[in-house]
Design a protein around this ligand. Structure first.
Ligand code: SAH
Length: 248
């Protein structure tokens, strides 16, 4: 690597550090290096397996890594020990959060075997402990007693519209836990349309929080839903149904 390139990478790593700091997160040198390895492997694997549309170094730092960390704006860290990321793809937002909070127990759920292969590779390469990779559909895995109603925090980004998404995620949420969805664009109508589904699945809308960071020119929101009663056993319905016929 040329000196110029090394300097450019160090500068960009410093930028991620400064940006994370604005979220109240102090990243160590070791964590910044983990983010750098994550980037290199993601882009390398992306040549063979479709993992991300974004490959520019700084764009990945912002749109994948920093965006993942914004979840902390709606998350009381002290209360979340077990976390599941539903439809994690290449590990977003689960892996960036695991890098910053190494003590969480994390499940990465992904339906596509090729993406799961990358997840196994990258979690080993980063030396992340207490990460379980589950290959399967949320509609099926959420009926498995090992995972059903067992997580303090359920996360999901870019998987489905909210009325569908809550059926794929709230069944994983333990009583007293919560689900945080990362959403882009105008969402008032989507949230309103999900009202019936949220109630049916045992949730209660806590807040819709806009992300106010200069890095994001578009509208980004966190939708936080608390689990206030058990999800009836018939949910989620069989694979495909939550998308085809959303509740409500
Ligand atoms: N969360 C990642 C990936 C978004 S793409 C990110 O924000 O970058 C959506 C991912 O969800 C895909 O990888 C897809 O395979 C997975 N997915 C979609 N429906 C699913 C389901 N029902 N169960 C499990 N994974 C699902």
């Amino acid at each position: 690597m040329g000196l110029e390139l090394i300097n450019a990478i160090i500068t960009t790593m410093e930028k991620l550090k400064a940006r994370a700091k604005r979220l109240g997160l102090e990243l160590t040198q070791g964590q910044l290096e983990q983010f750098d390895v994550y980037y290199q492997e993601l882009v390398g694997w992306n040549k063979r397996t479709n993992l991300t549309a974004i490959t520019d170094y700084e764009e990945v730092q912002i749109k994948h890594f920093l965006d993942s960390l914004t979840v902390t704006l709606a998350w009381q860290k002290t209360t979340a020990n077990t976390v599941i990321d539903v439809g994690t793809g290449a590990g977003i937002p689960g892996i960036p959060l695991k890098i910053v909070f190494p003590d969480i127990k994390l499940v990465l759920l992904e339906a596509t075997a090729k993406k799961a292969a990358f997840l196994r590779h990258i979690t080993a390469k980063l030396g992340l402990e207490d990460v379980e990779i589950v290959v399967g559909r949320a509609e099926v895995v959420a009926h498995d007693a090992r995972y059903r109603e067992s997580f303090d925090l359920v996360l999901s980004r870019a998987v489905a519209p909210l009325p569908t998404l809550v059926e794929l995620t709230l069944p994983f949420c333990a009583f007293g836990g919560s689900f945080i969805a990362q959403k882009k664009g105008a969402i008032a109508q989507e949230v309103a349309q999900a009202g019936k589904a949220i109630a049916t699945l045992g949730g209660s809308l806590r807040e819709v929080k806009r992300i106010e960071l200069a890095e994001f020119a578009d509208e980004r929101y966190l939708v936080a839903i608390d689990k206030v009663s058990p999800t009836p056993p018939q949910y989620p319905r069989r694979p495909g149904m939550p998308g085809k016929r959303p509740l409500g």
